[in-house]
Design a binder for this molecule. Structure first.
Ligand SMILES: Cc1cc2nc3c(=O)[nH]c(=O)nc-3n(C[C@H](O)[C@H](O)[C@H](O)COP(=O)(O)OP(=O)(O)OC[C@H]3O[C@@H](n4cnc5c(N)ncnc54)[C@H](O)[C@@H]3O)c2cc1C
Length: 496
């Protein structure tokens, strides 16, 4: 029987092997391309089971997809793709008493934000891609965004995950309890837990590998095994997340520094004023709405936001911030009402789009080390080291992102002289390889991570061993095999 025929009778959603659909799903927001065999749009859990059974019968891989905004090829596979955005995109319920929201994986974060706002609630992780990205994708990449500083990544908000194992059977995991199969699967991690946790990166955000360190700390939270797992362990069919009350007052300041290094130098002082967001934009990624404020090409802007409960606090906050940035930082703008704050944040949101626009034609961005993080005490030395490497190799670059988390996104821009075939020449490849190795070595020296929020995908899976020792890697292999003995769930991601 043709694989498409297998879906005809019982699958409630849609299935397609049309060329244009396969074209569309052969790419995501990365530089990779892989053509799938079939694209499925499941309507419910039964459809997920049918897809899993078909994948096993036909020896195909199966990969999930939200909005496809992953930057490292997480969603691509040559087997079945399950897209959750067409049907499994519902908000299942908001519990205002206990502060939870239940959703299907394909719910778009921006739509959830609007719904929660009606009840004066919010789910803090806010990637710049919020208008498109889905909750299933955010959990699987352990996304965060600017409020990662004040509120952490989505892992922290994950209360319950309902999922299907590779063979279709149901599983669940929530605070303190999970199904029996998962309980048994996690048992071998218990005696190794302390040793595992103590060797994890010393950073405030981490999306590299499996987050085994978060499963038993501070309490037993088996659902966290799915955060950052990139669809390699199970297929998630619904999720429950903690929500918070919206802040009563907010203030956003835009501060100018004459160089990225200077901004990094002041970061610890600024953090002592307790902002919920501390973001950096360098000149190439500023859009026209804010570019006018800095004519110096080395200059950068910081976006610093505070949440607070009493109107009078603003005077204290303003003077604390002015002291913290004195004498080199200059407050250029400030906003205290929601509209003005949202408008200013839109410029920050555009940073990656600006970086992409900056890299058209023969200017190619290089993305392997675009999402490293180190702890704030190492940030200045780390950035000075990185910028010196760019200078040494005479590479233009962009740099922006989550300064407060020590997580600056950066991409060197390579001028591709062979534009016709899109391939960099061997000298350029060698330079990039050398820089990558040097930067990852530095990250390792500072006990940082090679990916704070974007995940590993295809591009970074081979580098995970720069972050974890063999002991932890052996547990990664154990977890993957125990969940997915046939290696059909998004193969090639995390375990390369
Ligand atoms: C312009 C731009 C800006 C960005 N800004 C940020 C930012 O500020 N912060 C940040 O953290 N990230 C950012 N990202 C990265 C990306 O948007 C996030 O990782 C996002 O959360 C991915 O969501 P998605 O719906 O697109 O997921 P996808 O890319 O579709 O999928 C992500 C992963 O989730 C898995 N998955 C999806 N659904 C399921 C399911 N039901 N079961 C199991 N696995 C599943 C997929 O297989 C894949 O491995 C940005 C990306 C772009 C393009």
């Amino acid at each position: 029987m043709d694989i498409l025929d297998e879906f005809k009778f019982s699958f409630k959603g849609d299935v397609s092997n049309e060329t244009w659909i396969k074209d569309y799903y052969s790419v995501d927001s990365s530089n990779h391309q892989i053509y799938p065999e079939l694209v499925c749009f499941p309507k419910d859990e039964d459809d997920i089971k049918i897809s899993l059974n078909s994948a096993i019968r036909n020896g195909l891989s199966i990969s999930c997809r939200g909005a496809g905004t992953s930057l490292l090829g997480q969603t691509l596979s040559n087997g079945l793709i399950l897209d959750f955005t067409r049907y499994m995109n519902k908000i299942l319920g908001i519990d205002l008493q206990s502060n939870f929201v239940s959703v299907q994986p394909g719910v778009v974060k921006g739509i959830l934000d609007k719904e929660l706002r009606k009840h004066n609630k919010f789910l803090p992780p806010n990637p710049a891609s919020s208008n498109y990205c889905t909750i299933g994708g955010m959990v699987s990449n352990n996304s965060s965004g600017p409020y990662g500083l004040g509120y952490g990544s989505i892992l922290k908000y994950l209360q319950q995950v309902d999922f299907n194992y590779y063979d279709g059977s149901r599983g669940f995991a929530k605070d303190g309890v999970c199904d029996d199969r998962l309980r048994k699967l996690l048992l071998p991690l218990i005696p190794a837990h302390y040793e595992i946790t103590s060797a994890y990166p010393n950073v405030s955000k981490n999306s590299c590998g499996y987050r085994l360190d978060s499963v038993f700390t501070p309490t037993y939270s088996p659902q966290r095994i799915f955060a950052a797992s990139e669809g390699t362990l199970a297929i998630v069919n619904s999720l429950k997340l903690k929500i918070l009350d919206l802040p009563i007052f907010r203030s956003l300041f835009i501060v100018y520094f004459s160089s990225v290094q200077k901004a990094c130098m002041y970061s610890r002082k600024i953090l002592s004023t307790s902002p919920v967001a501390l973001e950096l934009l360098d000149t190439p990624v500023m859009d026209s709405s804010i570019k006018y404020v800095t004519k110096n090409k080395d200059g950068c802007l910081l976006f610093i936001e505070y949440f607070y409960s009493y109107n009078e606090e603003i005077n204290t906050i303003t003077s604390l911030l002015r002291n913290a940035i004195y004498p080199e930082g200059k407050v250029l703008e400030q906003a205290h009402d929601l509209n003005s704050i949202t408008n200013l944040w839109n410029s920050r949101r555009n940073a990656l789009n600006m970086a992409i626009r900056y890299t058209v034609g023969n200017r190619k961005p290089f993305t392997i080390f675009e999402d490293t993080a180190v702890s704030i005490e190492h940030l200045y030395d780390y950035i000075v080291y990185m910028l010196a490497l760019y200078k040494k190799y005479d590479l233009p670059y962009v740099i922006y992102g989550h300064l407060g988390n020590g997580n600056l996104h950066t991409r060197p821009i390579i001028i591709d002289s062979n534009e016709s075939d899109g391939q960099l020449d061997s000298k350029q490849m060698k330079i990039l390889e050398d820089i990558t190795n040097l930067i990852f070595k530095k990250v390792q020296e500072y006990r940082g991570t090679i990916t704070a929020e974007h995940g590993d995908g295809i591009s970074r899976a081979p580098y995970i061993r720069n972050v974890y020792n063999d002991f932890i890697l052996s547990y990664f292999t154990y977890v993957k095999k125990a969940f997915d003995p046939l290696n059909i769930l998004n193969p090639g991601k995390i375990i390369a």
